[in-house]
Design a protein around this ligand. Sequence first.
Ligand code: FAD
Length: 468
Amino acid sequence: MDTLLRALIDALGIDHVLTRAEDVAPYVSDWRGRYRGRARAVVRPASTAEVADVVRICHATGVPLVPQGGNTGLCGGATPSEKGDAVLMSLGRLNRIREIDVDNNTLCVEAGCTLAVVQAAAAEHDRLFPLSLASEGSCTIGGNLSTNAGGVQVLRYGNARELTLGLEVVLPDGRVWDGLRGLRKDNTGYDLKHLFIGAEGTLGIVTAAVLKLFPRPKARATAWAAVTDPAAAVTLLGRLRARCGDRVTAFEIVGRSALELVLKHIPGARDPLTTQAAWSVLVELTDTMNDGGLAELLEAELADAIEAGQVADAAIAASLMQTEALWALRENISEAQRIEGISIKHDVSVPVSRIPRFLERAERVLRAAWPGVRIVAFGHIGDGNLHYNLSRPEQENNAAFIARTSEVNRIVHDLVTELGGSISAEHGLGQLKRGEVLRYKSEVEMDLMRAVKHALDPRSLMNPGKVL
Ligand code: FAD
């Protein structure tokens, strides 16, 4: 047995150092099945001290480390390279809720807790942890923070970065930074937690976090509305925010082709409207006051929007079952698209006001360049974030379709950049967009990112081949 494996087994015990091909296999490919790598071993530490031991061993022997949470990332960030020289660290056993401070509205959790477990821990104390993604049963807090995850409630509560007060991180040399402060005010120099949030495991391993909690909403009203076009959706969002303020919790747009895929592939999915509109929005209002009236408020706003010609038709959920059915239409789009087959995906953002311009221009240019291509667009329009995906024209084969990826990336990403947007709104860069980002960030910005990486990880052992 080589000295690396011996040292890892001494640190973690033989049961938590996996080397057999069948044990390692689930960890070395990604959720979409797009990336497949190899690893010298998969290690599963259960405490911050064990994480630090492994990092020190890898640092001393010059071995790269790839951190992994729930492995639900969509850009290959948690998949090791094919070289097979790295150790993959799965954080799933680091899963304790360390502390809940109800008066401070904070929760301290370990990185391997799934998002659903953290939401449930908050709910047990009549609090809300508002981060919410379709992958919440599997994704972990460590992965959420390392990708600065967004999801469906960013509009009201912000993304993972905005929900974090403190962090504990094992640095690339094995030292532990204890920044687990539950403070809303702390101006004592650089706010270091922000370096690690969104770093996709390239600067250190997040082992625990102090998260913000909020009052738990008691009332909820959800509607599905067919909008005249994306511009009408933006106008409706503005109207709702002006009239209902912070109660507007989610505002998602779904293009007809995305809805059709869900209706085709997801058992039990039903179109809530008879109007076969090109665009629909899923709107949700919530309130901490349990006085009812929220559904009436939403109904009145939608009636005004129908009068103004922005909405063609709408359905308001009348029960929890109907609410869940509406959300299932939105949350199953990725799964339906996976079943449909290969697709070219974009996760982009532009200022909300420019969404209609983006959609109109992207479609015009793509249809001219590639007649028959199917555009599957949906996403968090309230945050200016669209998942702008392309599915294969019926008559084309997979190889010919995928061969055009760079050509369509250029069309979509150039347009996004021209409109002042980002080529990765919430999924990160990972391996997928590592090359692409070089085209769109300035040399100054790339130099700053490289300087930060070099300062923390001069030997480039933390998740090499990702982000930079
Ligand atoms: P992983 O996939 O395991 O890792 C992601 C990255 O973080 C990798 O670079 C990895 O190295 C790093 N990492 C993981 N844990 C740590 C740690 N403890 N310390 C340091 N680095 C670490 N994302 C959104 O933002 N919004 C959505 O609405 C959304 N919807 C999704 C829906 C579906 C059906 C799926 C499959 C994915 C969706 N995602 C979404 C993407 C994904 O769920 C998120 O990126 C999530 O935050 C990843 O968490 P994870 O634990 O699975 O991380």
